[in-house]
Design a binder for this molecule. Structure first.
Ligand code: SF4
Length: 347
C-alpha cells in the first residue's frame, strides 16, 4: 500500500503486517530529515491501514541513518512496541556493537524517490568520464534511488561505457548502494571511475576518499551532472594536512559515540591500543551528538588532537575547520604511525 501524495514510494504493507503481528498499540515512525515534511501524510496513511486505535509518534529529532535509531531512549520513555524506520536499510552489524540488541522491534521501510534520470544527464556524464579515460564505470547510489541503477547502467552501456553495479549484501545493502561510512562494495568492483546517482556531496565525496577514482554525480533533484573529482581531491589534501598536524600529538581526546549504531567498542579498543603502544595519552569522551559547540565545551590546553569513533563523517564534513585536528579512526592510525599513505578511510 503506497502513500499516494508524496514524491516517494513508501510501501507501508510491511509496517502494517508487523503492527498486526505484534498487536502493537503504540509505534514510532522515523524519517530522514528530507522526508520529515511528509511525516504527517505517512502517519495518516499508516493509521488508515491499521485497525483499532493505533498511537503513532512521529520522531522529530534528526535521524541521520540506521546508526541513529535511538531505541534505548525510546524504549525507556515512549515505550513503543515497534519502531518504523523509513528510508534506510539496517546498519551493518559489524560496524556497530554486535552485542547490542534493540529492546524494541524495528521494521525497515524503503522510501524510493519518484525522481527519474534527468534528460541528457547520461550523455553529459559519459563525456566527462571519457575525459578521464574511463571506460569501466561503477554505478552507485543511496537507498532512495537503488531502483534506478539498472536503467542507468543500461543507458551507460548504450552510450558505449562498460557499467558495473556493485553487488548488494542484503539486508544491509541493495545492489549499487553505498553508505557515508561504508564503501566496501564500491571498492571491490573493478571500475576506473564512478557515477553517483543522487543529491548532495556527502556520499560522492566519501566515495572519492574511499576510491580516489573520478566521480561524476547525476543529481535528479537539480537535474544536473556534476564532476566532483576536483572537490574530492581538495578534501583529500585537507585531510592529509590534518593527519600531518596530528602526528606529534601526545594527548588525544578519544570520542566514543553513544548512539545505538555508533557505539563501537572494538574500534575504541583498537585506537586505545594504538595510542598506548606509542606511549601517548588519551581521555575518553562520550558523545551522542558531536557538534562544534560540544567540542569547544570539552576542549582545553591538554588536548592536542581528537579522534571520533562515532560517525566518521563528522571530522571530514562538519569539524574540518576546527583549529585542532579532528580525525577519523583511519586517519588517527595514520597520524599515530607517522604515515601519510595509504590513506585509510574511514576506519
Ligand atoms: S555516515 Fe555517519 S550518519 Fe551515515 S550511516 Fe555512517 S555513521 Fe551513520
Amino acid at each position: 500500500m503506497l502513500c499516494a501524495d508524496i514524491p516517494y514510494e513508501i510501501d507501508l504493507e510491511a509496517a502494517r503486517e508487523a503492527i498486526v503481528k505484534a498487536g502493537a498499540v503504540r509505534v514510532v515512525v522515523q524519517l530522514p530529515d528530507g522526508l520529515k515534511k511528509y511525516g504527517v501524510s505517512i502517519v495518516n496513511c499508516l493509521k488508515s491501514l491499521t485497525p483499532g486505535s493505533l498511537e503513532v509518534y512521529l520522531h522529530a529529532d534528526p535521524v541521520y541513518g540506521s546508526c541513529d535509531i535511538q531505541y534505548g531512549q525510546l524504549a525507556s520513555s515512549v515505550k513503543p512496541q515497534l519502531i518504523i524506520h523509513v528510508g534506510h536499510s539496517p546498519y551493518p552489524v559489524e560496524l556497530a556493537d554486535p552485542g547490542l540488541e534493540s529492546p524494541v522491534n524495528i521494521v525497515y521501510v524503503p522510501a524510493l524517490s519518484k525522481l527519474d534520470i534527468p534528460e541528457g544527464s547520461v550523455e553529459s556524464s559519459i563525456e566527462v568520464l571519457r575525459g578521464y579515460g574511463v571506460r569501466r564505470v561503477g554505478v552507485v547510489t543511496t537507498a532512495q534511488h537503488t531502483h534506478r541503477v539498472k536503467a542507468l547502467a543500461e543507458a551507460l552501456r548504450e552510450g558505449g561505457l562498460e557499467p558495473v553495479i556493485p553487488r548488494g549484501f542484503p539486508p544491509y545493502f541493495l545492489d549499487g548502494q553505498v553508505l557515508g561510512c561504508d564503501y566496501r562494495l564500491a571498492k571491490h568492483v573493478k571500475a576506473e571511475g564512478f557515477i553517483y546517482f543522487g543529491g548532495g556531496v556527502f556520499h560522492p565525496l566519501g566515495l572519492y576518499l574511499a576510491t580516489f577514482k573520478p566521480i561524476v554525480k547525476i543529481d535528479p533533484y537539480e537535474g544536473k551532472t556534476i564532476d566532483l573529482t576536483g572537490l574530492g581531491e581538495r578534501v583529500y589534501r585537507v585531510r592529509l594536512f590534518k593527519v600531518s598536524e596530528a602526528m606529534n600529538a601526545d594527548k588525544w581526546a578519544l570520542i566514543v559515540g553513544v548512539k545505538t549504531g555508533q557505539y563501537r567498542p572494538w574500534l575504541v579498543e583498537r585506537l586505545r591500543r594504538e595510542i598506548e603502544a606509542r606511549g601517548r595519552n588519551y581521555v575518553l569522551i562520550a558523545s551522542e551528538n558531536l557538534t562544534l559547540q560540544n567540542i569547544i565545551a570539552v576542549d582545553n590546553e591538554w588536548i592536542q588532537a581528537f579522534t571520533v569513533t562515532s560517525c566518521p563523517r563528522i571530522p571530514t564534513d562538519d569539524l574540518w575547520e576546527y583549529h585542532k585536528p579532528v580525525l577519523t579512526p583511519g586517519e588517527t592510525i595514520m597520524a599515530l604511525r607517522g604515515e601519510l599513505e595509504p590513506y585509510r578511510f574511514p576506519w
